[in-house]
Design a protein. Structure first.
Ligand SMILES: *Cc1c(COP(=O)(O)O)cnc(C)c1O
Length: 242
């Protein structure tokens, strides 16, 4: 035990260890799971401290907050090998800022949003990697494409695949609040199975990523094939509610 470790360092190591163990239990290579540290509500200082500990993927869920924090962090990094992930619902009027700020958007939840992102990416002459958010549980409180009827989802997906300035790299979901992490497994499994169906339906498109799993359920998500886990509280502690 190293007594000089900060709480952040201890938490981060514990999470990394749990990711590694969950991957190994599932017969997967630990490197096949990317940790995205979700820093919403936490300061630029905290993000920099995590950067010092080796974290290179950060996620935010609100454009307003990211507009302040991302430039503050970036200005203090020598080089910029950080990937910024947008994981929250994106309002159409925030698309312009979002495309300028983020490297990857996990939360594409409608064809209309995809078209706006594509237009903006085109204006900046870039290709934006995105994930399609799927509301697997069907909860009214959640955003995302409905998984059923499948034909409608496939139509929307087909339209998004045709956009030249977006590259769809995977699917994302948020599981419902459950009592034990294992209760979340069916939702994660459903996302993986949907991805496999999309592969059969659109063989020219590969969707390597499954963004699923948060503080309370990431091990279950890894067991079902998560390639990106989005973890906040287990690393940074409880968020102050506003
Ligand atoms: C806040 C948030 C997370 C992280 O949640 P924790 O429970 O703190 O791990 C992951 N994904 C999204 C979309 C979030 O908004």
């Amino acid at each position: 035990m190293n007594f000089s470790m900060t709480p952040l360092e201890k938490n981060l190591h514990a999470v990394q260890e749990r990711i590694k163990n969950a991957a190994e239990r599932a017969g997967r290579h630990p490197n096949s799971v990317t940790l995205v540290a979700i820093t919403k509500t936490f300061s630029a200082e905290t993000i920099l401290a995590a950067y010092e500990l080796g974290v290179r993927h950060f996620g935010e869920n609100r454009v307003e907050e990211a507009l302040e924090k991302i430039p503050a962090v970036s200005s203090r990094l020598q080089t910029q090998p950080v990937t910024w992930h947008m994981v929250g619902h994106l309002q159409h009027r925030k698309v312009k800022d979002a495309v300028a700020l983020f490297d990857l958007v996990h939360s594409v939840d409608s064809v209309a949003l995809a078209i706006r992102l594509d237009n903006r990416a085109a204006a900046l002459d870039k290709v934006l990697p995105v994930f399609l958010e799927i509301n697997v549980s069907g909860e009214a409180s959640k955003f995302g494409f409905a998984p059923e009827p499948r034909e409608k989802l496939f139509e929307g997906t087909h339209e998004i695949f045709s956009l030249r300035h977006l590259i769809v790299e995977g699917l994302m979901t948020i599981a419902p609040m459950v009592v034990t992490a294992d209760d979340a497994r069916p939702y994660f499994r459903a996302l993986r199975e949907l991805r496999d169906e999309l592969h059969s339906r659109f063989p020219d498109h590969t969707l390597p990523h499954l963004s699923m799993g948060m503080t309370d359920d990431f091990e279950a998500a890894i067991a079902e094939g998560a390639t990106m886990v989005r973890i906040g509280r287990a690393i940074f502690g409880e968020r102050k509610t506003s």
